[in-house]
Write a protein that binds this ligand. Structure first.
Ligand code: C2O
Length: 517
């Protein structure tokens, strides 16, 4: 296995989009950041220098980091952030994982521009469980603001109101033809007529689930969150922030230029969203040549579902099956029941924090607890060194209040599809449904044969989802909604996993240079 050395310099960079230049944080001046390509079994050594003005940490989304929670990265959870001027080196080894993952900043809203693809190829001598595609492309969906996203966040935190929605969606950093000043930089994916390509779709958007389609072309889903799936064919992909979806596309249409497009799936009926559409172009090579003689052929736009088409989103999610069978844990040692609530609380404090509806501010909770990140230490360091006062372990295993998701509880702003992400694990999605979970009848319908394995799953709006995992990776592992606006409101919790009661001795010792708060 190989060892890959990389240097990441996090720096303010002028980036021109939508006719304006913003100074945003990037890695090495690149937006999106560098693509990391490795093989299963390889080791990554990434020396990160914070040459920006904000505290920052990086997260390798979906990497299991077995016995090495120190490298996971969420600020104040497994490490203190790197202060401006600090250099720190992340080291980790890929153990039995292959597929498309990604990396991103895990501090405030810095991941709006600090992200990139992390592609793990099969080991030498092993191959994909599908015919090798002729070409492969990462396709990273993102969101762009006409301001520094950190300012958008600060504004929302100060006022307690909802944050401004983005000004554009992007594909590999570019908004595309339908936005002002964007046409000449539209991302182009070249194909040869007749060949099959692999698109590694990553949703790096900060706050938005997205629908994605390609005009006149079907997609065959073969992998999600770096786990192979039983192939299925679809016209539209719904993808939540944090998720990855690999699709095969065969260039079987008349040679030409076809739009690939993504737009919002917004499951919450009364929450503002960015209703614009980003495009890239699937370009047949012969068509590109032809266009030299005349004007380029105008691409065809795909049909995208309506922004609130929850039926299409749910139908898409329901098609996922894992390719390998018989790995689902059957014996359950702990049953946990979590409720997710978005709410408004009345502000009695200073009025500048109360610019939500009717003198309120936004809040989010799990089992009625709003997560607050520690400030002077990370949970992992505190757990490892037995430092008291950094976190509490009284998180209720069941909701403390009678809770009805279907009713119009006055505390609930909205029901919504929350892309819930668990660090350090893949979990089996054994069931989901609408309305309240029924512990007597619903488990009988769980798929314990070939459920999909994911690291991020959307909760059915106004419904439930059941996941199972074996707690075989000791450390501190954050679980949170990957709509970042909800993390700030408290939609997070952490699993403390020991390797025996009170034991963490199978965890590697902390790296010597681990940043201090
Ligand atoms: Cu992709 Cu906690 O993050």
């Amino acid at each position: 296995a190989a060892v890959h050395h990389h240097e990441f310099v996090i720096q303010p960079t002028p980036v021109n989009r939508l006719c304006q230049t913003q100074h945003v944080m990037t890695v090495n001046g690149q937006f999106p950041g560098p693509t990391l390509e490795v093989q299963n079994g390889d080791t990554l050594i990434i020396k990160v220098t914070n040459a920006g003005k904000y505290d920052i940490s990086l997260h390798w989304h979906g990497i299991r980091q077995m016995r090495n929670p120190w490298a996971d990265g969420p600020e104040y959870v497994t490490q203190c952030p790197m202060k401006p001027g600090v250099t720190y080196t992340y080291r980790f080894t890929i153990e039995n994982q292959e597929g498309t993952l990604w990396w991103h900043a895990h501090s405030k809203w810095l991941r709006a521009t600090v992200y990139g693809a992390l592609i793990i190829y099969p080991k030498q001598g092993s191959s994909y469980p599908y015919p090798k595609p002729k070409r492969e492309y990462p396709l990273i969906l993102g969101e762009w603001w006409n301001r520094d996203p950190m300012h958008v966040l600060r504004q929302a935190t100060i006022t307690g109101a909802a944050a401004n929605v983005s000004d554009a969606y992007t594909i590999n950093g570019q908004p595309g033809d339908l936005y002002p000043c964007s046409s000449k930089d539209t991302t182009i994916f070249p194909v040869e007529a007749g060949e099959t390509i692999l698109l590694r779709i990553i949703n790096a958007a900060l706050n938005q689930q997205l629908f994605f389609s390609i005009a006149n072309h079907q997609m065959t889903v073969v992998e999600a969150d770096a786990i192979y799936t039983k192939p299925f064919t679809t016209n539209v992909v719904m993808i939540g922030p944090g998720q990855t979806t690999n699709v095969l596309v065969t260039a079987n249409q008349p040679p030409g230029r076809y739009y690939m497009a993504a737009t919002a799936y917004s499951s919450a009926p009364n929450v503002a969203y960015d209703n614009t559409t980003t495009t890239a172009i699937l370009e047949y090579k012969s068509a590109a040549c032809k266009s030299k003689t005349g004007s380029p052929m105008r691409p065809i736009l795909p049909q995208l579902p309506a922004w609130n088409d929850t039926n299409t989103a749910n139908a898409f999610k329901a098609q996922f099956r894992s390719l390998s069978k018989g790995r689902v844990p059957i014996e359950i040692h702990e049953n946990l029941f979590f409720t997710i609530n978005l709410g408004l609380i009345n502000c009695s404090g200073p009025s500048f924090r109360c610019q939500g509806p009717n003198n309120t501010r936004f809040t989010a909770s799990m089992n009625n607890v709003s997560f607050v990140f520690p400030k002077r230490n990370s949970i992992m360091q505190a757990l490892y060194q037995n430092t008291p006062g950094v976190f509490t372990t009284d998180f209720p295993p069941v909701p403390p209040l009678q809770f009805d998701y279907t009713g119009n509880n006055t505390n609930i702003v909205t029901i919504e599809d929350h892309p819930m992400h668990l660090h350090g694990y893949h979990f089996f999605v054994v069931g989901s449904g609408k309305g309240n979970f029924n512990p007597r009848t619903d488990p009988a319908r769980f798929n314990l044969v070939d459920p999909p394995e994911r690291n991020t799953i959307g909760t059915t709006p106004g419904g439930w989802v059941a996941i199972r995992f074996v707690a075989d990776n000791p450390g501190v592992w954050l679980m949170h909604c990957h709509l970042d606006v909800h993390i700030g409101w408290g939609l997070a919790m952490a699993f403390l996993v020991e390797n025996g009661v009170g034991k963490l001795n199978s965890v590697e010792p902390p790296p010597p240079q681990l940043p201090q708060c």
